[in-house]
Structure formats: structure tokens, C-alpha cells
Ligand binder design. Structure first.
Ligand code: SAH
Length: 257
């Protein structure tokens, strides 16, 4: 007995993996969080498939339904937005399913963090500037463990991707400034990356809160902060060692200039 959890990608139905789509198309039962996953993607399921919207269901209800259907020998897929491994709340489902003797397979998806970078045309790791990306969230109703507060993480001065933080920008800005970030640090925000109503905002730490408010970006937004998001990065000559002609690596011998 098995449930397959599939990453749907950020919104554009073409951004699911080939493997994920195949399993969705073969499924007898499709469960998904409506509003976060595109209807157009769910329509790829077989016409006779049972489609269950989970937004109004609590955890036990969801798991009960899953167990019931797989016990009937049905192929069940649970479709999650982006990649299930980040803020997907899958572990609580997996734990309960395991107790019922149901195994779980996860098919990865394109996370909104990478879809946002793509629509911005940004590389999150720029040689000599930053080689690290932190995926995190601001602390709101959901507490963040000690040592993972934004003001501590921001001390690394790397690229920081903020999920679930669009209503907490005042706090975000304060913590970054407390960590020593300059007010003119570039910040890019993508609302509903890859959806037809996607919006892109390029701003600075100083103007982030006001600009997001004015542009109505208070939900489903990815905030990417740090100098890798500098719009004028092309004017600066950052180069990776990988393509440097003097750099020898596994596939190519470097030549001395
Ligand atoms: N597993 C998802 C994240 C779920 S948490 C993923 O990998 O993307 C929900 C948060 O993800 C939202 O608050 C927002 O910060 C971000 N998010 C999800 N889809 C998005 C999209 N299409 N555009 C921008 N941000 C998105």
C-alpha cells in the first residue's frame, strides 16, 4: 500500500516533472490543496479519477481518506505546491500513514524559490559575492527555533530566501538591519511566480515593506534578499571558476593565460 506525494511546481502546469505528471495521469485518486495548485494541472487526471480538495480538511481526515482508498487498491497521489520538502507539512502525513502500514514515495517538484530566481533571471550564488542560500521564514504565529532567528541567519550576508513572510516585512527589515545589512541591499519579490497574474518587484531593504504594500503583495510571495539580486549585477564582472580558462577541473585542463 503506497501513497505518492508529488511536487506540482510553483504554478505553471508545465513545470511539474515528467514522472510526476505520469503518476498524476495514471492515478485513481488525486488529493490536492486547492488554490495553491493549478486547476489546469489537476485536469490532466483521468476523467474518472476521484479528485479531492484538501483545503478544508484536517490532518486526520486527510490521512483516513488516503488509507481508505489505498486499502481499496487504488493508486493515490497527493499533489503539493512547489517541492514537498520545504514547508510542505508532509512529515505529519507520512508519520500517520506509516502507522497504518502505508508507505510513501515523494516525487520532487520545482520550488517557488527556484521558479522565482528563474523569472528574475537571477543566480542566487555569485562567485566572490556569496556561495550560500538560506531558505527560511520570518517568525510569525509559527515560532522559529533559537539560533535560526533572522537576525542570526542574516549575519552570514548570503542570499536569503523567505517563504511565508509577506505579511511580516516590517520585522524582516528590522532584523536584517540589526544584523548589519545596509538599507540599500537589493531585495526582489515575486508574487505568484509562473502564474498568469505573476508580479515582480525589485526594491531595497529600506523600501521593501512599503513597496510590497503598495503592490498588493501580501500573500504567495517569495522574498529574495542579498546582493546576488542586484539588478545591475551585469555591470560588475563576477566570474565563476568553472568556466575560467586557467582553472583545471575534472572535465577540462586549464591553460595558463
Ligand atoms: N513547498 C512550497 C512552499 C510552500 S509554503 C515550495 O516549494 O515552493 C508557501 C510559501 O511558498 C508562500 O508563502 C510563498 O512564500 C511561497 N510560494 C509558493 N508558491 C509561490 C509562487 N508561485 N510564487 C511565489 N511564492 C510562492
Amino acid at each position: 500500500m503506497k501513497v505518492t506525494i508529488i511536487g506540482a511546481g510553483p504554478g505553471d502546469p508545465d513545470l511539474i516533472t515528467v514522472k510526476g505528471l505520469k503518476l498524476l495521469e495514471e492515478a485513481d485518486v488525486v488529493m490536492y490543496a486547492d488554490s495553491l495548485v493549478s486547476e489546469e494541472l489537476i485536469e490532466r487526471a483521468q476523467p474518472e479519477a476521484e479528485v479531492i480538495k484538501t483545503a478544508g480538511m484536517h490532518l486526520e481526515e486527510m490521512v483516513e481518506t488516503m488509507v481508505d482508498r489505498v486499502q481499496q487498491g487504488k493508486r493515490l497521489v497527493r499533489v503539493h505546491t512547489g517541492d514537498p520538502a520545504v514547508y510542505g507539512a508532509i512529515m505529519e502525513q507520512v508519520t500517520l500513514l506509516k502507522k497504518e502500514g502505508v508507505s510513501v514515495e515523494v516525487i520532487p517538484g520545482v520550488s517557488s524559490v527556484f521558479a522565482s530566481a528563474a523569472v528574475l533571471g537571477a543566480e542566487l550564488t555569485i562567485p566572490d559575492l556569496t556561495q550560500t542560500v538560506i531558505l527560511t521564514r520570518a517568525e510569525g504565529r509559527t515560532p522559529v527555533p533559537e539560533g535560526e532567528k533572522l537576525k542570526d541567519l542574516a549575519k552570514h550576508h548570503c542570499t536569503i530566501a523567505l517563504f511565508l513572510s509577506a505579511t511580516l516585512t516590517k520585522k524582516v527589515v528590522k532584523e536584517f538591519i540589526d544584523a548589519g545589512w545596509s538599507k540599500d541591499t537589493p531585495v526582489a519579490v515575486v508574487y505568484k511566480a509562473t502564474w498568469p497574474d505573476q508580479k515582480i518587484l525589485r526594491t531595497t531593504l529600506e523600501n521593501l515593506d512599503e513597496d510590497m504594500r503598495v503592490n498588493g503583495m501580501r500573500k504567495q510571495s517569495m522574498i529574495l534578499a542579498g546582493w546576488a539580486l542586484d539588478e545591475h549585477i551585469h555591470d560588475k564582472d563576477y566570474r565563476s571558476k568553472l568556466y575560467d580558462k586557467e582553472f583545471t577541473h575534472g572535465f577540462r585542463r586549464g591553460v595558463k593565460a
